[in-house]
Write a protein that binds this ligand. Structure first.
Ligand code: PNS
Length: 161
């Protein structure tokens, strides 16, 4: 049984994340989408809201489940009994950060692997931070996030364009 972990903030989950999730789910027996409790970061959505939105979006993917974690990713990997992390790459900027994170994680947990999936070309511009900013300014993010997330954003910010 090959299990991989796809960790992230998912604040909120976007079509970019969902593309990585469906492709990674096809590569592994089980995929755990792990939402980080990030006390250092001012999240728009609570940990519970972020996980709930993910769950709503994952309907139909039988080998994907969600989890939450605090602290180091490598500790979550140890607890989960897996040494495989999946991350998406959209740009050179992503690449630099991700390479550093992969190297740090592999130093902390020798033998673990980070598998990078190149973002689909039509999704490279999607980011949670752009979704938050556009929504806060009253813009339409329906091209970036599924309807269940759109509804949550509408509740946070009032009606969107
Ligand atoms: O969606 P994000 O914000 O790019 O995800 C980043 C995440 C959650 C994968 C990363 O911040 C993380 O692994 N945080 C847990 C803390 C940790 O393990 N830090 C050491 C690795 S640099």
């Amino acid at each position: 049984m090959r299990t991989a972990v796809y960790p992230g903030s998912f604040d909120p989950v976007t079509y970019g994340h969902l593309d990585i999730i469906s492709r990674a789910a096809a590569m592994f027996d089980e995929l755990v989408v792990a939402v980080v409790r990030n006390p250092g970061k001012n999240s728009l959505f609570s940990l519970e809201e972020r996980e709930e939105m993910l769950r709503e979006c994952l309907n139909g993917l039988h080998n994907v489940r969600t989890a939450v974690f605090s602290g180091l990713l490598v500790n979550f990997l140890r607890e989960s009994g897996t040494g495989i992390v999946v991350r998406g790459l959209r740009s050179v900027a992503d690449f630099e950060n991700e390479m550093q994170m992969a190297a740090v994680n592999r130093t902390l947990l020798p033998g673990m692997e980070t598998v990078f999936l190149a973002a689909d070309s039509c999704r490279t511009f999607i980011s949670s931070s752009a979704v938050r900013e556009i929504s806060a300014l009253g813009g339409d993010v329906s091209a970036f996030v599924p309807v269940c997330v759109l509804k949550k954003l509408q509740v946070k910010y009032g009606s969107l364009v």
